[in-house]
Design a protein. Structure first.
Length: 153
């Protein structure tokens, strides 16, 4: 049985899902914008209500966004936000917090150690590992540069 090229192309066109690019980009823009606006509102509130300096308020703001993402993931709301907003919800720090918490929630039935303890680092583990390795490598280069007089940092 031989299929001609035209009917095969028609079949491929029928079964290939279409992705509305502009619609997805608009949704990502709106979702990311809402997350960033919420973060800026929290930042302004911390600065003006508690008289915090910008750096201190930024640290607390980061913690608030991460906590919010964890709570929304725990209540199974963040995956719905991700499904609607795509990269707009996955790219900010809230998306990373979601990717760390999701496996822990999924595998909690396996226990504290073998479930949560092992699976929580499925996503975060490589990021933490390579972050530490990069900081050690750059630290050694900086140290060697100072010892040899190449750097005056």
């Amino acid at each position: 049985m031989e299929i001609n090229k035209q009917s095969y192309n028609q079949y491929v066109k029928e079964v290939t899902p279409s992705h509305p690019l502009w619609k997805n980009m608009l949704r990502a823009f709106i979702t990311g914008g809402i997350i960033c606006t919420a973060g800026q509102c929290v930042m302004n509130w911390l600065q003006y209500s508690f008289q915090m300096e910008q750096e201190t308020a930024a640290s607390w703001n980061l913690l608030a966004l991460i906590l919010g993402s964890i709570l929304l993931t725990g209540f199974n709301l963040y995956p719905k936000i991700v499904k609607w907003g795509g990269a707009g919800a996955l790219v900010p720090i809230t998306g990373f917090a979601n990717s760390v918490v999701s496996p822990a929630i999924e595998y909690k039935v396996e226990g504290q150690v073998y479930g949560i303890g092992v699976k929580i680092f499925t996503i975060a583990g490589p990021v933490i590992l390579y972050g530490i390795l990069a900081s050690w490598t750059l630290g050694l280069i900086c140290w060697a540069g100072r010892m040899l007089g190449w750097l005056s940092i």
